[in-house]
Structures are given as structure tokens and as C-alpha cells.
Design a binder for this molecule. Sequence first.
Ligand code: PBG
Length: 330
Amino acid sequence: MTTGRFPIHRPRRNRRDEFTRRLVAENRLSVDDLIWPVFVIEGRDQETEVSAMPGVRRVSIDRLARHVEPAMELGIPALALFPVTPVDIRDERGSESGNPENLICRAARLLKQEFPALGLIGDVALDPYTSHGHDGLLENGYVVNDASVEALVTQALNQARAGIDILAPSDMMDGRVGAMRTALDAEGFVDTRLMSYAAKYASAFYGPFRDALGSGGLLKGDKKTYQMDPANSDEALREVELDLLEGADMVMVKPGMPYLDIIRRVRERFSVPTFAYQVSGEYSMIMAAVRNGWLDHRGAMMESLLGFKRAGADGILTYFAIEAARALRS
Ligand code: PBG
């Protein structure tokens, strides 16, 4: 609309200066929104870079406390721990997941002792422990549901006993959230939280993570019989609803950037704590472009994270957590 030569409305006025831009900003990223995924390996004095994830390292458990210290200093609320199980102890049934002395349990006890205030999230799924790389148990080439849930409950209890605060089932078996809640309560772990990977898609963007864990080469087939079809959106709402009815305290959508519409729908429909996982492949894409000089590191990183907030996420699991927290501080 104009009067004579001049528009009445000038949205650019509020963009004119830094101070008004700050005043009218609708969304803000804070360190409180960040969860840092950390890969831990066996051995001593080991640090190996994940080749497809420049800047991301797997660190041996003796170096874990030092590796994690910056997260404490920067005020990052929680870590998501991912153990890289030595390949020679992986088996058909993922038995190592129930061992109270396994890598994630030792890591959890150590970190709880060193940094009691740091939240610990434990991924619950069988893929770091199975010789076939699937998140559940295989029978005649098919990942069976109910027997997998039993194994996952055993794994969940094992992690809770080691001090994991938030269990994050990432397996997509039906009924696992309810089964875990019941088993946790029966053992007195009434305050152990469940953050379910409620809408987890069968995505191509997990590739670098599977390399980080060493499960990619082992994987027989794909995960399409349990992870969701990227074509679906209403189905994500049903998955979230079921997990909430079964007792999930927080829900997650994964991957992140290609699924911002799902985050928005989940947040609007359920108004519960909703998290986004900016997965390995998303990190790799940005970093590949950064390494080529095609994208600005800080700009692309912060914009990608703010996008999750704008879509309605309460928090983000991101391999950028440390760098983003530093950028927010400066
Ligand atoms: C395991 C699990 C995966 C990721 C988190 N937990 C991989 C998969 O489902 O194959 C992916 C994380 C990432 O790509 O950063 N169930």
C-alpha cells in the first residue's frame, strides 16, 4: 500500500539497526538448548577422527573426562554417550549391551563421579553391539519386535544402574517405551527420564555415524522395516502419541533439517518437550562445504541450529554443540 510515492508499511525499519533487530528477534538459540553427542572407545591415549565428520573424534575412556570438560565449562546441559564396542565382542544378540561393565556403563560411572551435574543421555538400541548392525534381534533375516524389546529393556536397566539420567531408545520397536517405563519403575528408577526417538526415519543421513560406530560395514540390508518412511508425516504424530501414552517424558524427531515440518507438527499438536537430532550426515554436509570454502562455518552452523528453534524444537542434539556454545558466548 502506498500514499503517493511512499509505502505506509516499511518492515525494513525494524531491520535498520542492530538494536532493533535484537529487540524484535522472535527466536534465540541458547546454550541451554544444546546436547552434545560423544563417541567413546576402549584403550588408552586414543583419539581417532571420524573421517566423514571433520572435527569429530572418538576418544578413549581414560581421556573422556578431559574431552568433556569444555562442555561443563560452557554450560552445556547434557551429553549423549555413544560407545564404540570392539567388533570382536559384538554378537548376533548384542549380549554386551547387558554387561554392567560395558563401555557405556564405565563411561557413565566415571562421568557421574567427575561431573555430577552434567546430564547423561544413553542411546538404547542394539546396533553398537550386534554383529549384523541392526537395532534389534534378527530371526530369519527379519528384525523381530517383542524379543528385541526384552533385550532393550535389559539394556535400559543396565544403563540406569550405571547412572544414565535419560534413556533414549533409538530402535523404533513397538511398545519399547512402555516396557522400559514399567521395568524402570519396578526397580525404583522412577526419576530416570525417557527421551524417545519417537519419529525416527530410515534416513541416508546416518551414514557417517555408522562409520563412527563401525556398524555401517556390518549392516545387513537396511532399517526400513522399523524406521519410518521419509514419505510420511501423519504417521509421525501417531508414533509420538503412542510414546507419550507409554510414558515418554520427551520426544525426538530425527533427522533434523529435512524434517523441520515434523518438528513443527509435533510441537503444535502435543506441546511436550520436543528435540531435534541434527544427525551426522547433516553435520558432514555443512563441514564438507566449509572445508571447501563454500560456506561460512559459523554462519551456516548457527543458522542451521536456529532453524530448529524456529520450527519449535526445545533442544537440539548436535555435533556442533561445543563450537556453537563458544560462538554464543563470544
Ligand atoms: C542407533 C542410532 C543411529 C543414530 C543414533 N542412534 C543410527 C541408526 O539408526 O542407524 C544416528 C545418529 C547420527 O547419524 O548422527 N540406533
